[in-house]
Each structure stands twice: as structure tokens, then as C-alpha cells.
Design a binder for this molecule. Structure first.
Ligand code: CP
Ligand code: NVA
Length: 333
């Protein structure tokens, strides 16, 4: 019996460290199957609902292609297409969707929304990002680290920037689960919450992961195998961007900070989208207002050989394939 069959993936702690490791290895395996054109239609005939309250490039694309490759039909249901939480309660929508679809992806604001969906749908629900967590991103990111370094325990990952957002909190928990040392370079106001830190420390005690939080970027990056950053303002956040940028500029990943790791082999990660050259429409507005040429990562580092950001982005697809197959593919039955 597959212990993951029928389970939802709403946050990392829904699964054991062994199950997270299994998903990473399964994702690596599925990536190879696709490269070798070996069919893997583990969800043949299924229908998958893709609910998006927030915008997405990678997550939407990854779920769509993964579902197709697995033999399932994905159906995109955007926030303006359905009544979810507007004319109809989340619980009612969950019951309706669960009676027709075989699995549901949800990207949105409140973690409570995805939890309510899972409680009422009767089919697996997968969190495609909420304000609190980004679990499917974690399978792709730690897959990327494992592909690059061959192993995970003992590696040191340093996250720089807004260390209180969904990606930072997910990285903290996942690293602590898997025995990866996790360092943060962030100002006091944007360091991980006590609640998440307490959970992470409990995992770290058994995995041997070392957790370090510093407001000094150079201290945080010392000895890092990987540097990781994310946008300074997450979707839905209502804060003064000038103040946020002033707080986070010392944590920008640039050549100087990369050199401060003391290792030539350090790789650079970003979940994307990234403000590395400010040439996009939003980027140009920010550039004009702040007189900066890059935000969380400079273009030189983003484009350098150290950067694995597009491998991470690609890996979202096999990672999501692994999550959907393991929880809904009736494998090992
Ligand atoms: N990293 C990530 O989740 O990207 P999207 O917001 O484009 O889905
Ligand atoms: N922290 C970012 C991640 C985007 C993938 C956000 O929530 O906007």
C-alpha cells in the first residue's frame, strides 16, 4: 500500500522527512523518464482542477504539463471564472469540485483556504503557493540541490532577503527536515517567525541541520554551498516598497556577496520571477522610483555560471508530477 495515496500536500510538515526525500528521488526519476521518452501515464483518465487566485507562470505551466504527461486532463479555473469564496463558500466549492475532479491544485492567499478545500473535497489537494507556504517549490529546489551536489545532508543553504515570506519559511522547514544547514541573512523585522523557527528546530534536532539567523549578510553566507533569494515584496503584501527596499538592499545577491561565501563552487538559486535587471514593466517603474538597476539579485550573478535558476524552474514540472503521482497515482497498490 502506498502511504501517500489519497493524501493532500498543503505544507511540508504534512509529510515525513522520508516521504519528502522519496518525492525528490521520484521527481529525479520522472525527469529521466521524460528525457528518455518513456511513457508514465500514472493518472490516465483523471481530471485535475487548477485553481488560481494569484497569478503564476511556473506553477500553472508545471501542473498543466505534468497532468498531460501523466495522462490526465488539467482544467484551469481562475479567480474570475468561478465563485470560490465569493458567491459560494470554499467548502461548497470543494464538495462540488471533489465530486467531479480527481485532484485539485490551489494557489491563493490564505493557508486556511487550501486547508478548507482539502477538508471538504474528498480528493487530494495540492498547495501551489499560499501566503504561508510553497511546498511544491521545495521538492523542485531540493531536487535541484541533489542533482547538483549528489547528496543533501550537510550542505549549507543561505537565504537572503525577506526571510518571513512563504518561500523562506518553506525552505527553513524543508532544510531542517532533510539535514541541510540553513542560514538566513535578513534584517530583524524580516527574520523567520518564532512559530516556524520552533517547528524547524524540532526537525533539526533529529536531522542534524544547523540553523543560523543573522542580520549580517556576510556572516550568513560564510561557507554556503547555495545562496537563495526571492522577491522583496510577495504577492498580496501591502507595505511601503521604498522602506522594504531600503531594509533589504544590504542582502542583495551580488558578486561581492557571492565571493564572501569563501567557496568557488557556490550556486545561486531563486524561485522566480526575479527583479535582476528591472527591464520588465513593473521593474521599470521600480527602477525609476528607487534609482536602482536590480533588486534582490544583480543581473551579473543571475546570468552567471553559478546560477541554477532555470534548472529550478524546469524542475517544478517533474516535482509536481511526482507529488500528483505519489498521492493520486495508485502506485504500489
Ligand atoms: N516560482 C513560482 O511559483 O513561480 P510562479 O509564480 O510563476 O508560479
Ligand atoms: N514570495 C513570492 C514567491 C513567488 C513564487 C510570492 O509569494 O510572491
Amino acid at each position: 500500500m502506498n502511504p501517500l495515496q489519497g493524501k493532500s500536500f498543503l505544507k511540508e510538515i504534512d509529510f515525513t522527512p522520508e516521504q519528502i526525500n522519496y518525492l525528490i528521488d521520484f521527481a529525479i526519476h520522472l525527469d529521466k523518464l521524460k528525457a528518455q521518452h518513456i511513457p508514465h501515464e500514472y493518472l490516465k483518465g483523471q481530471n485535475i482542477a487548477l485553481l488560481f487566485e494569484k497569478t503564476s507562470t511556473r506553477t500553472r505551466s508545471a501542473f498543466t504539463v505534468a497532468a498531460n504527461d501523466l495522462g490526465a486532463h488539467p482544467e484551469f479555473l481562475g479567480k474570475d471564472d468561478i465563485q470560490l469564496g465569493n458567491k459560494e463558500s470554499i467548502a461548497d466549492t470543494a464538495k462540488v469540485l471533489g465530486s467531479m475532479f480527481d485532484g485539485i491544485e490551489f494557489r491563493g492567499f490564505a493557508q486556511k483556504a487550501v486547508e478548507t478545500l482539502a477538508e471538504n473535497a474528498g480528493v487530494p489537494v495540492w498547495n501551489g503557493l499560499t501566503d504561508d507556504w510553497h511546498p511544491t517549490q521545495m521538492i523542485a529546489d531540493f531536487m535541484t540541490l541533489k542533482q547538483h551536489f549528489g547528496t543533501l545532508p550537510g550542505l549549507t543553504l543561505t537565504y537572503l532577503g525577506d526571510a518571513r515570506n512563504n518561500v523562506a519559511h518553506s525552505l527553513l522547514i524543508t532544510a531542517a527536515m532533510l539535514g541541510v544547514n540553513i542560514h538566513f541573512g535578513a534584517p530583524a523585522a524580516l527574520q523567520p517567525t518564532d512559530e516556524v523557527m520552533t517547528k524547524a528546530k524540532a526537525y533539526a534536532q533529529s536531522s542534524g541541520s544547523e540553523i543560523l539567523v543573522s542580520d549580517n549578510a556576510e556572516t550568513a553566507v560564510n561557507g554556503a554551498d547555495a545562496l537563495y533569494t526571492d522577491v522583496w515584496l510577495s504577492m498580496g503584501e501591502q507595505v511601503d516598497f521604498h522602506e522594504r527596499a531600503a531594509l533589504l538592499l544590504p542582502y542583495q545577491i551580488n558578486q561581492t556577496l557571492l565571493a564572501a561565501t569563501g567557496k568557488k563552487s557556490t550556486i545561486v538559486m531563486h524561485c522566480l520571477p526575479a527583479f535582476h535587471d528591472l527591464k520588465t514593466t513593473t521593474g521599470q517603474k521600480i527602477a525609476a522610483a528607487l534609482n536602482l538597476t536590480a533588486l534582490e539579485i544583480t543581473d551579473a550573478v543571475f546570468q552567471s555560471d553559478a546560477s541554477v535558476v532555470f534548472t529550478q524552474a524546469h524542475n517544478r514540472m517533474p516535482a509536481i508530477k511526482a507529488i500528483m503521482s505519489a498521492t493520486n497515482g495508485h502506485l504500489f497498490a
